[in-house]
Design a protein around this ligand. Structure first.
Ligand code: YRO
Length: 312
């Protein structure tokens, strides 16, 4: 299959990317994605202005049998300069996405000004799951704050930019976020971030499985597939066609990839299952996808992308 896919100035030869946060905190991890068979691109851990060690451990829990995860990492990252050095000083064979976050609006703007002034020429991904004013929801769940940040960003930022979105659960919210995003020259959206805030209990000990936030955290893996598909589909139906979609959420096997393609995904990112299985996951997924294509006689991605069928 020819997987060639374009987003802005970047050309991808495979569909798969690591989800931000997974296998992307250090150069060693990023290089494992670069060198993984069937990886199409690599994204760096959401960077803050300064290095952060993140929350106390245990802060991640996986059920590798059920393919589910919960995390409250608290943004451990080595700081924007570390990742800028990586993308500028290493010879990267894959397209690179640079994830940016901030603990305040001004930190986001400062980080993007640094990227704007740098020689970085890949895609920038703004993680909109940023804390805003305390007592208010994350930025992406505050539509006025989302508009304000995008206004301020596009006033100066001229490199190709995408946004990472949390899941939405209400049709009115799909309508509202899409109406906002359609007002900006976005290269893409990445849907979805982890499903917050879940709670997982260890039945042996009646104890929460992660320490931060008294056990509350973002859910990932198989349990979020239907939510991820709904977000990809709802956004594809509403966004201008020039805004591409990176689908993230619930991809365990080739059929999950195929389903995201039906919903309109341009590229697919892998979080929980990459953490559980390691970077050989991309080649397995591609092989399983090709078996589905062979069964169905599909020879071109255009026969699948966005071609979800409805009941008459
Ligand atoms: O805890 C994290 O570092 C984290 N985990 C996720 O599942 N998604 C994220 O976007 C992040 C980083 C951002 C934030 C939620 C800590 C503000």
């Amino acid at each position: 299959m020819n997987y060639t896919t374009k987003i802005a100035n970047q050309v991808f030869h495979h569909l798969f990317i690591n989800a931000a946060g997974v296998y992307c905190q250090t150069v060693e991890e990023l290089e494992q994605i670069q060198n993984a068979p069937c990886a199409g691109a690599v994204i760096t851990k959401s960077a803050t202005a300064k290095e952060r060690s993140g929350n106390s451990e245990p802060r991640y829990f996986e059920n590798s049998v059920e393919h589910n995860t919960i995390n409250s990492m608290g943004l451990p990252n080595l700081g924007i300069d570390y990742y800028l050095n990586y993308v500028l000083k290493h010879s990267l064979k894959l397209p690179t996405l640079f994830s940016i976050v901030g603990l305040s609006q001004s930190e986001i703007i400062d980080n993007l000004k640094k990227l704007q002034a740098s020689g970085f020429s890949g895609l920038t991904e703004l993680n909109l799951s940023c804390p805003n004013v305390s007592g208010k929801p994350q930025i992406a769940y505050d539509f006025a704050a989302t508009r304000e940040i995008l206004d301020n960003v596009f006033a100066f930022y001229s490199k190709p930019l995408g946004v990472k979105l949390p899941p939405y659960f209400d049709i009115a919210h799909f309508d509202q976020i899409a109406a906002i995003l359609n007002d900006y020259p976005l290269a893409y959206v990445n849907a979805i971030n982890s499903v917050g805030n879940g709670l997982v209990i260890d039945p042996e000990t009646d104890t929460v499985v992660i320490k931060p936030k008294d056990g509350f955290g973002g859910l990932g893996g198989k349990q979020i597939k239907a939510t991820a598909l709904a977000n990809v589909r709802a956004l594809r139906q509403r966004l201008h066609p020039q805004i591409k979609i990176i689908a993230t959420g619930g991809v365990i096997n080739g059929r999950d990839v195929y389903d995201h393609l039906l919903c309109g995904a341009d590229l697919i990112s892998i979080g929980s299952q990459l953490e559980i299985e390691g970077p050989t996951v991309f080649a397995r997924l591609e092989k399983e996808l090709e078996e589905i294509f062979a069964d169905k006689g599909i020879t071109d991605l255009r026969q699948v992308r966005g071609k979800l069928k409805l009941i008459a």
